[in-house]
Design a binder for this molecule. Structure first.
Ligand code: COA
Length: 209
């Protein structure tokens, strides 16, 4: 489980309950076509994608070693988190039903905050679709999950991630330590953006709410 954003917002009880409900009831199709919530039956296909180091190496919070069993346990743990309104694991499937990408959203409803970690299958990377795809996911987190703050991390050498994150308007906030599931630390670049900042970037004429 990843750590919440450095900036600690405080949600009202009503806001927290609303975010938990949104996370529990989320429709994956609202993120894009051919998206599904991960279930145990996807474990083998998801493990096949994640076993590729071009997909998984830059990501600190995946189960390791990556096997069908460890991925199934991770899917089931995330489903339990989703039932509490605290995480969602969404897969994108190709025409053959193979996993072509994943996004895992960690949500802290009491802080009105969320994080995303994700990857695209190696054959679909480097096609110039990262910036648009990431921007869609960030907007979805603000609009559909209803959070007011997103915190993001990336490995220090992950130039593609840094590029898509800063293209979306996130504020660089230096570095922080990310905790891997085995307790070891990975040094990460760190960014944040609020929903008001997001709306201003999308529509500079709009006043903050
Ligand atoms: C990170 C990821 C989602 C980006 O998606 P993508 O479709 O491969 O990315 P793109 O081809 O759109 O490239 C993203 C940007 O990086 C730039 N870029 C690519 N390689 C680069 C390099 N070596 N140096 C500098 N910029 C580079 C691209 O030009 C593009 O910028 P632009 O839109 O301004 O032209 C994808 O590569 C991925 O899944 N990687 C593995 C897992 C991962 O790193 N996940 C994120 C963890 S935070």
């Amino acid at each position: 489980m990843s750590d919440p954003p450095v900036t600690a917002l405080r949600a009202t009880a009503e806001e927290e309950a609303d975010i938990r409900r949104r996370v529990r009831e989320v429709d994956p199709a609202s993120l894009g076509p051919d998206r599904v919530i991960a279930v145990s039956g996807h474990a083998a296909a998801l493990a096949r994608m994640l076993a590729d180091p071009r997909v998984s190496d830059p990501i600190y919070d995946l189960p390791r070693p990556i096997t069908e069993d460890s991925v199934r346990a991770w899917i089931e743990a995330t489903a339990a988190d989703q039932a509490r309104g605290e995480a969602v694991l969404i897969l994108s499937l190709d025409e053959q039903g193979e996993v072509a990408g994943y996004s895992r959203f960690s949500v802290w409803p009491d802080r009105s905050s969320a994080e995303i970690a994700g990857a695209t299958r190696a054959d679909r990377q480097n096609r110039g679709q990262g910036t648009a795809g990431a921007a869609r996911s960030f907007g979805w987190m603000f609009e559909v999950l209803g959070v007011r703050l997103i915190g993001l991390t990336a490995a220090l050498d992950n130039v593609r991630s840094a590029r898509v994150i800063e293209a979306a308007g996130f504020r660089p906030m230096g570095e922080r330590d990310s905790r891997r599931p085995d307790g070891t630390l990975r040094r990460s670049l760190y960014w944040e953006m609020t929903a008001d900042e997001w709306r201003r970037v999308r529509d500079p004429g709009e006043a903050p709410s």
